[in-house]
Design a protein around this ligand. Structure first.
Ligand SMILES: Cc1cc2nc3c(=O)[nH]c(=O)nc-3n(C[C@H](O)[C@H](O)[C@H](O)COP(=O)(O)O)c2cc1C
Length: 257
C-alpha cells in the first residue's frame, strides 16, 4: 500500500533529515568563511576610520600600515605582549565577555551601558615614514536605542582632534538611528575637539551646531528623529575618553611621547 500513513511519515522524515543534513553541512562549512568576512569587514572599518582605505589593495596589505598595541586602561601603558595572545586576532569585545579577562563596570560609571570592560584593550597606531605618530584608532562601543553600537574613532597626533568615526555593528533603525552610517553625518566629526582643559566636551547636540557658538568645535549635529541614538553616541564618547577608557593612555602619549 503506497498510500499508507507509515510510508507517508517515513518519506517526510527522510526528506526532513536530508534537508537538515544539507543545512547543517552548509552552516558548518561556511562558518570559517563567515568569520573571515566578519574580520575583513571590521578591518575595512578600521582603515576607513584612519582614512587610508583603498578598495583596490588587499586588506591584509593595507592593514600592515597600522601598528596594533595592547592598552592597560589603569596605567595607560601600551604594550605588545599579553599572556601569549596573538595581538592581530585579539578581540577586546570578546574578552569583555570573559569573566577572567574583564571587570564589571560600576553602574554610576557605566554611562555607555556596556556592563563589562575588558581588562586589556587594543588600539591601532598609524605612523608616517619617519615613524612619527599620525593618528590613533580607538575602538568604542555603547548603547543606542535598540542595542550596543560598535565602532572606531580616529584621533590626530595632537591627541585631541577627531579624524574619523565608523560603526561596524549596531541595531538602530534605518533612516533614524542608523543614520550614524550616513557619510554626511560622519564627515561632520572631522576636526572636532574632544577635551577642553582636559575635560571631555565633545557631544552630539540636539539640532544643528551654531558655528558662532564658542563650543561649536566640540559639538556635532544631532541625528534628526533619533535623539536617543545621538545621546548614546555622546555617552560612548564620554565613557571611552574618561579615566575608565583611554584618557590615561592619551595623556601618557601626550606627555611621554
Ligand atoms: C519604529 C521606531 C523606530 C525608532 N528608531 C529610533 C532609533 O533608531 N533611534 C532613536 O534615537 N530613536 C528612534 N525612534 C524614536 C524614539 O522613539 C524617540 O521618539 C526619538 O529618539 C526622539 O527623538 P527626537 O526628539 O529627535 O524626535 C524610533 C521610533 C519608532 C516608532
Amino acid at each position: 500500500m503506497n498510500d499508507s500513513i507509515i510510508k507517508t511519515l517515513v518519506v517526510s522524515f527522510m526528506v526532513c533529515l536530508f534537508c537538515s543534513l544539507i543545512v547543517s553541512y552548509a552552516a558548518v562549512s561556511l562558518r570559517e568563511t563567515q568569520n573571515i568576512n566578519k574580520l575583513n569587514d571590521q578591518r575595512i572599518k578600521i582603515l576607513k576610520t584612519a582614512s587610508i582605505y583603498k578598495a583596490n589593495i588587499s586588506i591584509e596589505e593595507q592593514f600592515l600600515k597600522l601598528t596594533p598595541k595592547f592598552v592597560n586602561f589603569s596605567s595607560g601603558e601600551l604594550f605588545d605582549e599579553y599572556e601569549g595572545f596573538d595581538i592581530d586576532m585579539y578581540d577586546p569585545v570578546y574578552f569583555s565577555k570573559q569573566p577572567k579577562y574583564s571587570t564589571p563596570i560600576p553602574s554610576k560609571e557605566d554611562i555607555a551601558v556596556i556592563k563589562n570592560k575588558e581588562n586589556i584593550g587594543k588600539i591601532y597606531l598609524l605612523k608616517n615614514q619617519n615613524n612619527q605618530l599620525e593618528k590613533i584608532i580607538l575602538p568604542i562601543r555603547g548603547y543606542g536605542l535598540w542595542g550596543i553600537l560598535y565602532g572606531y574613532i580616529a584621533i590626530d597626533s595632537d591627541l585631541n582632534t577627531v579624524r574619523g568615526l565608523e560603526f561596524y555593528a549596531h541595531k538602530e533603525t534605518p533612516g533614524l538611528g542608523a543614520e550614524v552610517d550616513n557619510p554626511k553625518w560622519k564627515a561632520l566629526w572631522d576636526g572636532k575637539k574632544i577635551y577642553k582643559d582636559e575635560q571631555i566636551q565633545l557631544k552630539v547636540i540636539k539640532g544643528k551646531v551654531d558655528p558662532s557658538n564658542i563650543l561649536a568645535e566640540y559639538q556635532v549635529d544631532g541625528l534628526s528623529g533619533a535623539t536617543l541614538t545621538s545621546r548614546g553616541v555622546t555617552n560612548m564618547i564620554s565613557f571611552w575618553f574618561s579615566d575608565s577608557g583611554y584618557k590615561e593612555t592619551l595623556m601618557k602619549l601626550k606627555y611621554d611621547g
